[in-house]
Design a protein around this ligand. Structure first.
Ligand SMILES: [Zn+2]
Length: 279
């Protein structure tokens, strides 16, 4: 599933391609994805794309007073096509945006967990999908102090608490594991027990792993534009994620017989961590 850095990479890739262009036509090839496509999409035709932003894992296409919202779900891909006329519709191409000139974007989603929504800009903050979202992890608003306050009294493991979008928006399983490793915090610790200082370190690590992944994504952008828009994890070197049974890289630098990365299940998802250096 694409996580925040992948969505941000898609946004960065689409931004120069879409910004300032007029939407010529919107075509849908089925009723909808996870939910039906919004009614009244046609009114966006003829409007200019002012900007492309992101909130959590949602891409926001700003068109005058309305925002077209796209979520990639589990398997969604957006491809920027320089020439849509030559594009032969592929299986699972469900949503196509023709832009001025010959190009456009194609949203392909085999598993159909993706979303396309439309909301008036003024109603955005109250929209069901956005009203309870926590702060953006890369924003100035997300600080150790804020995290500490949000975790107060929580009797769930910190690993689970960070996946709660009301605590902080857009953290998925991978970057959750990586940030906890970076901060040296055991994933089983109760969220409410973290000290203010630990929250400071954790916030720094969350920002750090996300920023590095976005940077790694940026270097793959060239391919992303010219090729098929495949979303990947950009060869980003995960330290613990999906590395069960491998030697902990941090402990290996400190002691001879370093422990192996372990995997446990929390809330139905895999957690990868080191028993020695995560406390
Ligand atoms: Zn370790």
């Amino acid at each position: 599933m694409p996580e925040l850095p992948e969505v941000e990479t898609v946004r960065l890739g689409l931004e120069p391609f879409m910004t300032g262009k007029t939407v010529r036509k919107i075509t849908t090839h089925r009723e909808g994805l996870r939910v039906p496509f919004p009614e009244g999409l046609a009114r966006l035709q003829g409007r200019k794309i002012d900007k492309l932003t992101r909130r959590a894992k949602y891409l926001l296409v700003h068109l005058g007073s309305d925002i077209l919202i796209i979520h990639l779900g589990m398997s969604g891909r957006i491809t920027a096509m320089a020439n849509l006329k030559n594009h032969k519709r592929a299986k699972h191409d469900h949503f196509i945006l023709d832009l001025e000139g010959d190009g456009g974007i194609v949203f392909n989603d085999p598993r159909r967990f993706g979303l396309v929504l439309m909301v008036a800009e003024k109603d955005m903050a109250h929209h069901e999908a956005f009203k309870s979202l926590g702060p953006e992890p890369l924003s100035k608003e997300f600080t150790g102090k804020i995290l500490h306050a949000r975790l107060k009294g929580k009797k769930v493991p910190i690993k689970i608490a960070l996946l709660d979008q009301r605590v902080v928006a857009g953290i998925g399983n991978i970057y959750d594991c990586e940030a906890l490793f970076g901060a040296g915090i055991a994933p089983q610790r109760l969220a409410g027990d973290l000290s203010a200082k630990e929250c400071d370190v954790l916030v720094k690590c969350i920002k750090d792993v996300l920023a590095k992944a976005i940077k790694a994504g940026g270097s793959s952008l060239k391919d992303y534009r010219k090729a098929d828009g495949e979303l990947g994890y950009f060869q980003y070197g995960f330290k613990v994620y999906d590395r069960e049974g491998e030697i902990c890289p941090r402990c290996a630098a400190e002691i001879k017989k370093a422990p192996l990365i372990q995997r446990i299940t929390q809330g139905g998802r895999s957690t990868f961590f080191c028993v020695r250096c995560q406390k």
